[in-house]
Design a protein around this ligand. Structure first.
Ligand SMILES: [Zn+2]
Ligand SMILES: [Zn+2]
Length: 116
């Protein structure tokens, strides 16, 4: 198997360009991380968490440290250990909306299911 450097670089450029990696309006941290890791994967850092924080919760300077204490030592571990509750579904659900501006509390997807 040959490793396609051009493709990898391209994916990285897209990831860094900000077009596809901007948290949507009122998108919660959990849904954003799911979307980004699904698309670009985890590189063992909090790069997506930081990206989300800078846009949606710029005052939450202690967020990364707090997530680390909860077992989220990188983006995918945040999903596994901090936000383990996700409706059993094979696809990504649309975010139900950040409950409070500047808060990392995830949206309540059960609301969506109830009305669906
Ligand atoms: Zn990870
Ligand atoms: Zn959400």
């Amino acid at each position: 198997m040959t490793y396609n450097v051009a493709e990898a670089v391209e994916a990285e450029l897209i990831a860094l360009s900000g077009v596809l990696t901007e948290p949507a309006d009122r998108e919660c941290l959990r849904c954003f991380l799911l979307r980004m890791i699904n698309e670009f994967g985890c590189d063992g850092t909090h790069r997506w968490t930081v990206r989300w924080r800078d846009v949606r919760a710029p005052l939450a300077t202690g967020l990364v440290g707090k997530l680390g204490q909860l077992g989220g030592c990188c983006d995918c571990e945040v999903l596994l250990n901090v936000f383990p509750h996700y409706p059993p579904t094979g696809r990504l659900l649309p975010c139900a909306g950040q409950p409070q501006p500047g808060s990392a509390v995830p949206c309540d997807l059960r609301l969506l299911r109830r009305t669906a």
